[in-house]
Design a binder for this molecule. Structure first.
Ligand code: PLP
Length: 837
């Protein structure tokens, strides 16, 4: 029968409409009195999910039958954003889904916009993990992401009287149609207690008897490859109390105490810590780290044991990548499993552990390096502490020969810092316990070797390597900028979707008049879309025809939102004085977005400062037609998808040597923004690819900053530049905080009394000049501007996470693709059910 409706797997609009209607009725129990937009969104998500399940099954089966090596990406953060649009595109279902919904009187947009972001991350590190999952599936590499299923993701940011206020992000409130609970995949995780030594057959065996047990239960989310049939898995652990009730206490009559202890066990997966690039030595955080490492390793080991292979072959079946030091307890945990449970000898266990694990470093900032108090670690993980002592002892014995007569060097590379109390350095543990340590951009990886870990580089010269970050062009161009994607397809075809090096074919169109006109029109349309979004979202009124100058990223002093704000003051003063620097300036909208860690006082004050400046400048009759500043509340993935395609100028202005890579810079580049930036992180490589002449590069280089650091005096720099001095006087005169005296004192102190750690004033004049050049080019020669923007898009091929993942696969994981066939006989549900009985 030609027209037979294939619910659950058919790919026509008819099939999808039928399935959607059935889910609405039978999964949602919607009727004319109980029908909501949320219900319709869920019905659509379930309809799409039905079309994933079969290939997901088949992917697992194929990988298992072929005994494929798998990559395990361990990350405390996965900043996934929304799943719907990405899944529909990767399944190739956008046309039929739109048609199906239209036939029922709904639009795809209204339903897909109901989905809350999965905000299980802070910023770049978590978003990198999400892009990597997309690339792994698309490259058909068998892979699992492992993390925590936080009940509360990154907080929702509100702005109240200019200040950041944090609201809980209850993203699971209406249920999550994309996840599948696996009640059979559950592991006990121990904490505390003591280690007993049992002498058996002339050997000491160590047995850890924990005093507390928490269960980790798996929730799986499918990760769909584009243009292939691979569906991988993101497996997130949720903490469960092992007993529904503690029967002992229940029988004692203390019912509420029993329930309370259940809740406290389940605290482990309650909330994501909202700190980006600064660590917090909190006990609950350490427990979260061990919880997800223990569950993930138990799962990996269970899968390996099915193979019935010798333990020495574990590295041929599993490559475990540690996303920062957050999962670095994998080193002693894998050792503990091999030594205490599988009874291997130390040398074999150590060889297997180091050959299986690899570590990615994400920052050079000392305050981000994780160090746990040794007494706390010893209390929570007594057996792991013993193992780490032994690892350290053996390592230092081997290292001593590298540093004759330099015992202080051993102090630097020791896992234990001899402070009071002693601290355990997790980066040292991760480097020593793995076969690869990589940085995330060329400059960062060099600084890791030369500045951060020179002693380790001497001992392990082959361990250090670079893997420049990337982003998935499927989410960040194809899905988020459909109009530009269509224009690119009409020019060069669609091979770039899975081979982003092909985007360079666009260079042939960078001087094509018609192409440039289309490109310009699309940027305008994206600005209109962005302005409408911001109006709906937060009531902001912005001029869609103005120049969009955007800085969106976590708020941090090293990222220098304050430098941007200071330059805005220079522009404001110049406009007021009819100055030369703003003579032909186009109407400009400065957009800021980003969350500050709730305990980071100066970052929160920078948000307040931006809002106060905006409040004054946006209503100043002298400047308001030409200058506007807005802080967009609650920056997140789904906002980035709207704002980035609308941007003219991308602000990437961190102090050289502080931003490990940056990935926002790459998203803007492939969406046709020009970059104003320092030679920091991946900006260096962006300049290499696009040509410095097609960017606005300014400021001290990392080497120049290092030199300057001995003599830098921010006060004298300010005094030597009259315009800067006037801007600073205005800022600290109370002009922007008339009824809030002295609130910006901490920022003044940090800039002048505490030495301006991030060199704002060393770079401000050069920044201001570079920004003026950008404004003047945009105002005088929009054709040249668009020409350069297209050249940037055409030069962004290197910054695909497909390229990054291909490098990890070859250099670190030694893993190949495992293609999954398309199963033609999809309707096997009934047969499967019979077979399993
Ligand atoms: C890409 C991204 C980031 C990282 O931005 P950087 O500019 O590299 O710091 C942070 N947050 C979100 C929501 C992102 O999409």
């Amino acid at each position: 029968m030609k027209d037979q409706i294939k619910t659950r797997y058919g790919h026509t609009a008819k099939d999808i409409a039928q399935d959607f209607a059935e889910h609405l009725k039978y999964s949602q129990d919607a009727d004319m009195y109980h029908t909501t937009q949320e219900g319709r969104y869920t019905a659509l998500a379930l309809t799409v999910r039905d079309r994933i399940i079969h290939q997901w099954n088949l992917s697992r089966k194929t990988q298992r039958q072929q005994s494929a090596k798998r990559v395990y990406y361990l990350s405390l953060e996965f900043l996934m954003g929304r799943a719907m649009t990405n899944n529909v595109i990767n399944l190739g279902l956008e046309g039929p889904v739109r048609e199906a919904l239209a036939s029922l009187g709904y639009t795809y947009e209204e339903l897909s916009e109901m989905e809350p972001d999965a905000g299980l991350g802070n910023g770049g590190l978590g978003r990198l993990a999400a892009c990597f999952l997309d690339s792994l599936a698309t490259l058909e590499i068998p892979a699992y992401g492992y993390g925590i299923r936080y009940n509360y993701g990154i907080f929702r940011q509100q702005i109240k009287n200019g200040w950041q206020a944090e609201q809980p992000d209850n993203w699971l409130r209406d249920g999550n149609p994309w996840e599948v609970l696996r009640p059979d995949v559950v592991y006990p995780v121990q904490f505390g207690g003591e280690v007993r030594v049992i002498r058996e057959r002339g050997k000491d065996q160590f047995k850890w008897i924990g005093s507390e047990t928490v269960h980790g239960i798996a929730y799986d989310t499918p990760i769909i490859g584009y243009g292939c049939k691979t569906v991988n898995t993101l497996r997130l652990w949720s903490a469960k109390s092992p007993d529904e009730f503690d029967f002992h206490e229940f029988n004692d009559g203390d019912y509420t105490e029993a329930v309370r202890s259940k809740i406290s066990a389940e605290n482990l997966s309650q909330v994501l810590y909202p700190n980006d690039t600064q660590y917090m030595g909190k006990e609950l955080r350490l427990k979260q780290q061990y919880f997800f490492v223990a569950c993930s390793l138990a799962d990996i080991i269970r899968r390996f044991k099915r193979e019935n292979k010798s333990w020495s072959l574990l590295p041929d079946f599993a490559a475990i990548q540690l996303n920062d030091t957050h999962p670095s307890l994998a080193v002693p945990e894998l050792m503990r499993i091999l030594l205490d449970e599988e009874l291997l000898d130390w040398d074999s266990a150590w060889d297997i552990t180091t050959r299986t694990l690899a570590y990615t470093n994400h920052t050079l900032m000392p305050e981000a390096l994780e160090k746990w108090s040794l007494p706390m670690l010893a209390k929570i993980l007594p057996r792991h502490m013993q193992i780490m002592y032994e690892i350290n002892h053996r390592f230092l014995q081997q290292a001593v020969s590298y540093f004759p007569l330099q015992p202080q060097m051993l102090g630097k590379i020791s896992i234990i810092e001899e402070s009071n109390p002693k601290q355990v350095r997790m980066a040292n543990l991760a480097i020593i316990g793995s076969h690869s340590t990589n940085g995330v951009a060329a400059l960062h990886s060099e600084l890791l070797k030369k500045q951060m870990f020179p002693q380790f580089n001497l001992i392990f010269p082959d361990r250090f390597n670079n893997k420049t970050n990337g982003i998935t062009q499927r989410r960040w161009l194809l899905a988020s900028n459909p109009k530009l994607a269509d224009l690119i397809k009409s020019a060069i075809g669609d091979a770039w979707i899975t081979d982003f090096s092909k985007i360079s074919d666009l260079k042939a169109f960078a001087a094509d008049k018609n192409f440039l006109l289309d490109f310009k029109a699309i940027k305008e349309e994206n600005k209109v879309r962005c302005a409408a979004f911001l109006k709906t979202e937060s009531g902001m009124i912005i001029n869609p025809h103005s120049f969009f100058d955007v800085q969106v990223k976590r708020i941090h002093e090293y990222k220098r939102q304050l430098l941007n704000a200071l330059n805005i003051l220079l522009i404001y003063n110049d406009l007021k004085n009819d100055g030369e620097a703003t003579k032909n300036m186009e109407s400009t909208t400065f957009l800021f977005g980003g969350k500050a860690a709730p305990g980071y006082v100066n970052a929160k004050l920078i948000i307040k400062l931006i809002n106060n400046i905006a409040k004054v400048i946006n209503v100043d009759p002298v400047t308001r037609d030409r200058l506007a500043i807005h802080f967009m509340p609650n920056y997140r993935v789904s906002m980035a998808e709207i704002v980035i395609p609308a941007t003219n100028l991308s602000q990437q202005i961190s102090t050289a040597g502080t931003e490990a890579s940056g990935t926002g810079n790459m998203k803007f580049m492939c969406n046709g923004a020009l970059t104003i930036g320092t030679m920091d992180g991946a900006n260096v490589e962006i300049a290499e690819e696009a040509g410095k002449e097609n960017m606005f590069i300014f400021g001290h280089t990392e080497e120049q900053i290092a030199k300057l650091s001995h003599t830098y005096d921010p006060f004298s720099v300010v005094m030597a530049d009259d315009e800067i001095k006037k801007a600073i006087d205005l800022l600290f005169s109370g002009y922007f905080n008339v009824n809030e005296p002295n609130i910006f004192e901490p920022l003044r102190r940090s800039l002048f009394e505490e030495g301006d750690r991030y060199y704002h004033f060393a770079d401000l004049r050069m920044y201001s000049d570079a920004h003026r050049k950008a404004r003047e080019l945009y105002a005088k020669d929009s054709t040249e501007w668009n020409h350069r923007a297209v050249l940037n898009v055409a030069s962004s091929g290197k910054f695909s996470s497909d390229r990054t993942i291909a490098e990890y696969a070859k250099d670190i994981w030694n893993i190949q693709a495992c293609p999954v066939a398309k199963d033609t006989d999809e309707d096997t549900a009934l047969q499967d059910a019979r077979k399993r009985k």
